[in-house]
Each structure stands twice: as structure tokens, then as C-alpha cells.
Design a protein around this ligand. Structure first.
Ligand code: DX5
Ligand code: ZN
Length: 219
């Protein structure tokens, strides 16, 4: 479970992180540059400031142009996983190598309108595959179930290639959608609104985790 601080109160970020610290596995941090996506969020200085205040591993999701220029700095800042978009990068395998050399896991993100088939062969170079289940750019959008077909294809590729790969879904993950994502084969779940929009964010994570587990059992 990776709560996304995009839906948190930016005036109290440290407190918002502490609210989920006991229940989350990763803290998902959405970096947007107003170029790759129209939205503008947070960047390196905020990640650097947050790093010492929590033990949670940081799952940094870069929605930026030219990720080669910036991604390794997030690894240097102590991110556990750094994910960049395939649509923004002309040599994803080289950047994955750089990230691993900098001590982070390497993640590849696939946006709503990008087919996954051409990229399945790159997966051995990555630790994480992030399948968008919305169009990247904003929280609070409606989950698009048709995009789970990419999760199914990735899972088949993972099995046939005996890959160590986490398949993460991002966008519209909530009580009524997480089971189907788990059933399709996702094993990491980003949730912004469903966590920080809840009265009790920690309880929301527990509930989501239980629902995801029942989705796996039902598979
Ligand atoms: C959107 C971000 C997501 C966002 C998800 O581009 O990548 O991580 O925080 O928000 P919800 O869970 O509200 O769809
Ligand atoms: Zn994200």
C-alpha cells in the first residue's frame, strides 16, 4: 500500500506522513513539472526535507519531461524507488541502470494512452512497473478498469520471464476498485483520495489492504 501525499494537506506534510506511517508500506510522492503533465506539484527540495522525518520508503513517481536529467537526484536523496514515464524517455533501460547504480529501484510508468506491448521486453531492466489506471496528472479521477488489461499482460510477462517485478497500479484506487486490480495481478497499490480523503487515513489503508487480499484470494 502506497498512500499518495498528492491528496494530503501540503501545509502539514510531515503530520500527514505520520498519519499513515504505521500502515503504509511505501509513501508515494507525485512529482509533476507542468510540461509532461499540465499540473505542477512538488520536487526535489520537498523530497529532501521529508526524507529525515519518516522511515517509510519513498516511492517517487516522476511525471516530468527529461527524466534523465532529474531522476538520479531523487535516488541520491534517498528514494527507495524512482519511477519515470516511458513516454518521456528515449532510453529507459539506460536510465534504469543509472537509478540502480545510484542505489534505488527503477520503475517504469505507462500512461493511459500508451500500449504496454512494445515495452514488455524492457521489464527485466526494471524493479517496478507502474500501470496508470487514469490519465496521469491529477488525483481524484475515476478508475478506468479497461487499463487492467495491461496489468494482466505484465503479469503474464513476469511469469514467463521469471522476473522479480512489482506491478503497481495508480489512479482511482479505492474500496470499490482495489479488488479488481488485485485480481488482475497488481501487487502494489497507490491511493491518494481514498486514503487522505478519509476521516481516518490509517483505517482506510487497513481496509484497502484487506480488500486487495480478498481480490487475490478470489483470483
Ligand atoms: C496522478 C498520480 C496519482 C494520484 C492518485 O497522476 O499519479 O498518484 O495521487 O490519486 P487518486 O488515488 O486520488 O486517484
Ligand atoms: Zn502517482
Amino acid at each position: 500500500m502506497a498512500p499518495s501525499i498528492l491528496a494530503a494537506d501540503f501545509a502539514h506534510l510531515a503530520d500527514e506522513v505520520r498519519l499513515v506511517e504505521q500502515e503504509a508500506d511505501w509513501l508515494h510522492i507525485d512529482v509533476m513539472d507542468n510540461h509532461f503533465v499540465p499540473n505542477l506539484t512538488i520536487g526535489l527540495p520537498v523530497v529532501q526535507s521529508l526524507r529525515p522525518i519518516t522511515q517509510l520508503p519513498f516511492d517517487v513517481h516522476l511525471m516530468i519531461d527529461e527524466p534523465r536529467r532529474w531522476a538520479p537526484a531523487y535516488a541520491d536523496a534517498g528514494a527507495y524507488n524512482v519511477t519515470f514515464h516511458v513516454e518521456a524517455c528515449d532510453n529507459p533501460v539506460a536510465l534504469a541502470k543509472d537509478l540502480r547504480a545510484a542505489g534505488a529501484k527503477a520503475g517504469l510508468a505507462i500512461d493511459r494512452d500508451t500500449p504496454i506491448e512494445p515495452y514488455l521486453e524492457l521489464l527485466p531492466s526494471f524493479d517496478t512497473l507502474l500501470v496508470m489506471t487514469i490519465k496521469a496528472g491529477f488525483g481524484g479521477q475515476r478508475f478506468l478498469p479497461a487499463l487492467l488489461e495491461k496489468v494482466r499482460l505484465a503479469r503474464t510477462a513476469r511469469e514467463s520471464g521469471h522476473l522479480e517485478l512489482r506491478i503497481e497500479v495508480d489512479g482511482g484506487i479505492a474500496d470499490d476498485t482495489i479488488e479488481q486490480a488485485a485480481q488482475a495481478g497488481a501487487d502494489a497499490f497507490v491511493a491518494g483520495t481514498a486514503v487522505y480523503g478519509a476521516d481516518d487515513p490509517a483505517a482506510a489503508i487497513r481496509r484497502l489492504r484487506a480488500l486487495a487480499a480478498s481480490g487475490v484470494v478470489g483470483h
